[in-house]
Design a protein around this ligand. Structure first.
Ligand code: TXA
Ligand code: MG
Length: 337
């Protein structure tokens, strides 16, 4: 299949492809999404094939106007309503009881559906012009880092989908915060740019699913199917070193060989004797979020790197979201020094 690269002025073409049951990679403020008509099961099936995504992992449905929420969900309780009013449009996904006509292909047969209203103007125009909500997972091959630049989407999806709408670089750089309202206490299933602190400031205490910070154990009930799969992995093995800058530099420099590289902060680079890629300043978690996936993808362009030692981000604010993605990229391999 020939994949068309569409310019921002070609939003109408992107919308036409979606309307006709095709697949278009679309820019959002978080990461690029691989979009299809949420009410067209055949189109949705193509998403899973293009990504190589397990069919039991449900998709987020993207809307452009509040009214569209009521075409998808049966009930919006007060806390969910408050969060929606505060953070939409933006990087927040809510999981609510679904209406029966939402295709099983989207929800993986669950009794809930994930919905988000993105703030990216191009994405919103495509949804409006397509006149349908758009189901979209991140537009990467399953298991690879999420795409934050159009070049990442081309690397993973060229030849597999109908078109890619070029919207430049994504401003947030990590996927949305996912919060479920399917139980008495709201539960954060995936941290993102809307932080736990911000959410608790609006609706009070929430639970943070144990899968945010630790691997899913055998036999454990899984709230979010996505948490059980390997994620974001570059070709080399990632090992997180949880320690001070000094200890990190000493350890990496003592274990240097041509197959070792470092994922570090800006301030570390000049002290390291191995190939190093920074994902931002140590104190700037928003910058780390923004550069994280691009940095991971850059390691795949370095020849013969087998091990990547990574600095550990802080776990507060949006740092928790960066840490959540990093521990998955590392397959939960963390060394405390
Ligand atoms: O920022 C984002 O959320 C991006 C952009 C494109 O909007 N999308 C994204 O989609 O990250 P995806 O498919 O890569 O991640 C969606 C996550 C998965 O972990 C999935 O298991 C979970 O949300 N999810 C979707 N529907 C769910 C549901 N009904 N119940 C529990 N988890 C759900
Ligand atoms: Mg994804």
């Amino acid at each position: 299949m020939k994949t068309q690269l569409l310019k921002p002025s070609q939003v109408l073409q992107a919308a036409e492809i979606i309307k006709n049951g095709g697949l278009v990679a679309l820019p959002t403020e978080t990461v690029y999404g691989l979009g299809a008509d949420a009410f067209n099961p055949l189109a949705i099936k193509k998403i899973f094939i293009a990504k190589g995504r397990p069919s039991d992992n449900p998709l987020i449905v993207h809307i452009a106007q509040f009214e569209e929420l009521f075409d998808l969900v049966s009930d919006v309780k007060e806390p969910a309503k408050k969060l929606i009013e505060t953070f939409w449009p933006g990087p927040l996904t809510v999981i609510l009881p679904r209406l029966p006509h939402v295709p099983d292909e989207v929800t993986a047969g669950l009794n809930s559906v994930a919905v988000r209203m993105p703030s990216h103007p191009l994405m919103r125009r495509v949804i409006k012009l397509a006149e349908t909500p758009i189901a979209a997972p991140s537009a990467n091959l399953s298991g690879k880092p999420s795409p934050t630049k159009v070049s990442h989407v081309i690397d993973d999806m060229d030849g597999k989908i109908d078109a890619i709408l070029d919207g430049g670089d994504c401003s947030v750089g990590l996927e949305s915060t996912v919060i479920s309202f399917m139980r008495a206490t709201p539960q954060i299933l995936r941290p993102g740019a809307i932080t736990v602190e911000q959410i608790e400031g609006i609706i009070g205490a929430v639970e943070v699913d144990s899968a945010v910070l630790s691997p899913v154990k055998e036999g454990q009930t899984i709230e979010s199917p996505g948490t059980k799969y390997k994620h974001y992995a570059p070709n080399a093995k990632v090992i997180i070193l949880d320690c001070s800058r000094e200890k990190f530099i000493d350890f990496v420099n003592a274990n240097t060989n041509s197959e070792v590289a470092a994922l570090c902060f800006d301030e570390d680079i000049r002290f390291l004797k191995v190939k190093s890629i920074s994902f931002g300043k140590e104190i700037d978690e928003a910058m780390q979020a923004n550069r994280f996936f691009d940095s991971l993808r850059k390691f795949d362009t370095l020849p013969n790197i087998k091990t990547i030692y990574a600095r550990c981000p802080s776990k507060s604010g949006i740092g928790l979201a960066v840490y959540n993605r990093l521990i998955r990229a590392a397959g939960f391999e963390i060394k405390k020094l």
